[in-house]
Design a protein around this ligand. Sequence first.
Ligand code: ACO
Length: 167
Amino acid sequence: MSLDLMFPQELISLEVSKLLPAELTIRPLASTDYKRGHLDVLSVLSVVNDLGEAAWVNQFHAMRAAPQTYYSLVIIDNASDRIVGVGSIFIERKFLRGLGSVGHIEDIAVDKSQQGKKLGQRIIQALTHMSENSGCYKTILNCSDANIPFYEKCGFVKKENEMVRVV
Ligand code: ACO
């Protein structure tokens, strides 16, 4: 049975797909991925607060209903059919830069058992490709000091500061 995907598979760079080991697949998030451990992998990054599958599926559909805005992808371990890596890009439309767009990379996480095998780098490559293919004039993200070397390896440079007001 074919999967109900958040966006078409063709938007993911074939070149990046081919760089993954044969036992892994990169694909758009599917509406059944709650069961494949999507939140387990995200919990490597931050607090998840799991509200259950129905709420997760509602969020999936709400995000997909916003046209050309939310793109989440996953790396799947083919043998176990479990998610081992996740990442998202949010495409922000602007009035600036000739009605340009900016790609915001968000929520990158690789399962602890799979870290250090270039999966994070592949996720960033795939998301950056999608951002640039969408015509974004830049791709940006926030990260901790500890992750700066990782993003530098992915071709990003440090610029300006993040300000936050915590509720
Ligand atoms: N410090 C220095 N170098 C690093 C680090 C680090 N913290 N992390 C990775 N690298 C290097 C690797 O050594 C590798 O270098 P090489 O090309 O010379 O061999 C290169 O960066 C690529 O690393 P990957 O193997 O692709 O990294 P990995 O698959 O482990 O993914 C990630 C990195 C996503 C940070 C992962 O460790 C993780 O999930 N961490 C916990 C969650 C997290 O912090 N996510 C990022 C939040 S920021 C955001 O979401 C926008």
